[in-house]
Design a protein around this ligand. Structure first.
Ligand SMILES: CC(=O)OP(=O)(O)O
Length: 193
């Protein structure tokens, strides 16, 4: 089993950093503590398997708003076995309360920023939807126009067929009449066809 004692510096106090460190030890066989120092830095002492400790060090040496670990010095030793659990060491109660109020303010600010961002995204999506609906409307208009052209073409063809049919009928009647008179003339001349 190993032990590390680390000092994190940067924006690491009043930003929920100790809670973050504590959360990263959750369900792991890690003991030790995390503590805010008067210098504004944070001390982390942890004991456990080397694999768990390396994962912990990676998970807490981060820059993720509002936490910003700017420097992280780590010293490795053999474990002592002196701790039974992992704890957040808290300071003066009044100081802790002020820290929590500051942190709550930061989180509220972040939540507001996030919701403004998501409202902006929603607006953009609604704009896009409007544009799509507009395009759909234009396509439906074009479809309607095409259907109208189809109907008109069909009507034209039907009228043309009717006209052509009547013309051919008249022509055939005329031809038949001509043939009958030719046939009669031939019969009168003694020619039977
Ligand atoms: C709110 C709070 O206690 O934060 P931190 O542990 O970062 O000081």
């Amino acid at each position: 089993m190993k032990r590390f004692s680390a000092i994190a510096a940067g924006r690491v106090q009043r930003v929920g950093f100790r809670e973050h460190v504590y959360k990263e030890t959750f369900e792991k066989d890690i003991t030790g503590y995390v503590k805010n120092l008067d210098t504004g830095k944070v001390e982390i002492v942890a004991e456990g398997s080397e694999e768990d400790l390396r994962a912990l060090a990676n998970a807490i040496n981060i820059i993720r708003y509002p936490i910003a670990v700017k420097s992280f010095t780590i010293k490795w030793q053999e474990a002592t076995g002196e701790y039974t659990s992992f704890e957040i060491i808290r300071g003066d109660i009044q100081e802790e309360i002020f820290e929590r109020i500051d942190y709550a303010g930061t989180i509220m600010h972040q939540t507001l920023e996030n919701s403004e961002l998501s409202l902006k995204k929603q607006d953009q999506m609604l704009d896009k939807q409007d544009q799509m609906l507009d395009k759909q409307d234009r396509m439906l208009d074009k479809q309607d126009q095409m259907l109208q052209v189809g109907i008109e073409t069909k009507e034209e063809i039907a009228a043309l067929r009717k006209d052509t049919g009547k013309y051919l009928d008249d022509e055939f009647k005329e031809i038949k009449k001509e043939l009958t008179s030719i046939k009669n003339a031939l019969a009168r001349a003694g020619i039977q066809v």
